[in-house]
Write a protein that binds this ligand. Structure first.
Ligand SMILES: Nc1ncnc2c1ncn2[C@@H]1O[C@H](COP(=O)(O)OP(=O)(O)OP(=O)(O)O)[C@@H](O)[C@H]1O
Ligand SMILES: [Mg+2]
Length: 335
């Protein structure tokens, strides 16, 4: 199937600003937030993006919408390279791909009522005639499970769950084909999380929406996403159908992440933590596989040369030296 959104070797770096960088640009510290990510999402597909804090999930999501300028690589949406779009076409593209944020309250203007916030979207994007706005507004609010009576309220008078429903409504108003939800339920109570997740599932199915769901919560991703990509220090280290990745993790990092979900033993004790130390800083990436300093299975090859690329291990892809590239469809001798 043709991809809706496709990144090719997408790379984002942040350079340290300030006087130090001005006087010594060559020595400026560089954060390698996203390192050569090639990932695609098909129309209507749900893709989870998971990894520890600071691994580059939000930056990748933002770069996919060109909210941050990549250092290298490309993003194609519906076959068009976003770098080739002039500002007017980029604005039109942004209608087709919308972002939902973690803090629903902060994402809304506290001075505007919910009705005003949503009506503004219809007006700015000229989605309908001004006279049709009240009717469209009521239908939109109902589609996300909000009573149209709430249109007169300001965000401060709504619960966190209601604010997130407004955030979703605002994203849906423009009729997008892709939603990128960045930790969209992390700030909510668990019972409210479930309601919002059910709403997202229902909306994606009804409207054939593609969803990139960024989260550090593996349970949520398993529930919501058909496919998952595991990110470590700016790279995708494993990617494939969610059930395949969760039931048989190939990459030692995926295995450690899954094992670190707190599951109490029958005697009430917690299992020992799997990932003891913090990941290395993205300003000083280790040579070879970036996970090798923490990997229980690392061997000599893992510490040298470039980081391993994603390699096909049906039905997943994994970037790990334990899975050497296939030669003519089979593993090379010696492995
Ligand atoms: N605007 C920025 N300027 C400088 N560095 C940044 C900027 N945004 C992100 N970074 C750095 O890039 C790296 C990746 O950050 P990012 O926010 O993408 O991670 P994340 O996986 O979303 O983390 P979290 O789970 O905590 O949200 C981090 O080292 C972060 O400090
Ligand atoms: Mg983030």
């Amino acid at each position: 199937m043709t991809a809706l959104l496709e990144t090719d070797a997408l790379t984002v770096e942040f350079r340290e600003g300030g006087l130090g960088a001005l006087f010594n640009p060559a020595g400026a510290r560089v954060t390698h937030a996203v390192n050569g990510v090639s990932l695609s999402v098909a129309p209507g597909e749900t893709l989870g993006l998971v990894g520890e804090s600071g691994c580059g999930k939000s930056t990748l999501g933002r770069a996919m919408l060109r909210l941050v300028e990549p250092r290298a690589g490309s993003v194609r949406f519906g076959g068009t390279d976003l770098a080739a779009l002039d500002p007017a076409r980029l604005t039109r593209f942004r209608r087709r791909a919308q972002m939902i944020f973690q803090d629903p309250f902060a994402a809304l203007n506290p001075r505007l009522t919910i009705g005003e916030t949503l009506a503004e979207v219809f007006r700015v994007h000229r989605l309908c005639a001004p006279g049709e706005i009240p009717q469209r507004l009521a239908a939109l609010m109902q589609s996300v499970g909000l009573s149209p009576d709430l249109a007169a309220r300001r965000p401060a008078a709504l619960s966190g769950g209601q604010c997130q429903r407004v955030g979703i409504a605002r994203a849906l108003a423009v009729g997008p084909e892709l939603l990128i939800a960045d930790e969209a339920v992390s700030a909510l109570d668990v019972s409210i999380q479930a309601q919002i997740l059910n709403l997202l599932t229902q909306l994606c199915a009804e409207r054939h929406l593609a969803l990139i769901f960024i989260s550090h919560d593996l349970g949520v991703i398993r529930h919501l996403c058909r496919r998952v990509a595991v990110m470590y220090l700016g790279r995708i280290v494993e990617e494939g159908p969610t059930e395949a990745v969760f039931t048989n993790p190939r990459h030692p990092y995926t295995a450690a992440l899954l094992a670190s979900i707190p599951r109490m033993a029958p005697d009430g004790s917690l299992p020992p933590p799997q990932l003891l130390d913090e990941p290395p800083s993205p300003t000083r990436l280790p040579q070879g596989c970036a996970f090798h300093p923490r990997c229980p299975k690392a061997f000599a090859l893992c510490r040298q040369g470039p980081a391993p690329a994603l390699r096909r291990q049906e039905p997943v892809q994994v970037a790990c030296e334990l899975y050497p590239p296939l030669v003519n469809g089979s593993a090379p001798a010696g492995h």
